[in-house]
Ligand binder design. Structure first.
Ligand SMILES: [Zn+2]
Length: 158
């Protein structure tokens, strides 16, 4: 194998490890009051594609294309203190809100979720896939990102 190829594989591996660690660390905090919940399997594909979370919340699929990978690499070095998240983090947190929607919110939307839905639903490309329950998950966990205003958080995950 060429040196370049080996280097690239190592970078991909480092990016995947970083993303999985980020997931695990946030998940542990978000679900500390839901001992019955289990972490999803995180599948990271190295190609272009659209991230998703399976409806049972047990599988999150993320895609790393070349641009994404470059950003992931940069973020490993700089640890992403910026308010403006790199693509991998936008995708991860977006899907984590879906996971929380499916596992915890279920059919119990909140008043704050309705408020966010009314304000921001139109920001999303597929509003039908982002119902009040999704926004209730965002509302429930937005406090995890105290550095962001509500609007900045929505901008990062839309
Ligand atoms: Zn979505």
């Amino acid at each position: 194998m060429e040196d370049e190829e080996i280097k690239k594989m190592a970078e991909i591996q480092a990016a995947k490890t970083h993303i999985r660690r980020t997931y695990k660390s946030i998940w542990t905090k978000w679900y500390k009051d839901s001992p019955e919940s289990r972490r999803a399997k995180i599948c990271i594909r190295v190609e272009a594609g659209e991230a998703y979370c399976r409806i049972d919340g047990q599988l999150i699929v993320l895609y790393l294309d070349e641009y994404n990978l470059l950003q992931a690499k940069t973020n490993i070095i700089f640890r992403g203190e910026n308010k403006d998240w790199p693509i991998w983090k936008r995708d991860l947190i977006h899907e984590m809100f879906h996971e929380y929607e499916f596992k915890v919110i279920k059919d119990n939307p909140t008043a704050k979720g309705i408020e966010l839905y009314n304000e921001y639903s139109g920001f999303f490309m597929e509003p039908e896939k982002h119902p009040i329950e999704f926004f209730s998950a965002v509302a429930a966990k937005s406090g995890y990102f105290p550095e962001l205003t509500e609007r900045e958080l929505i901008d990062n995950i839309k």
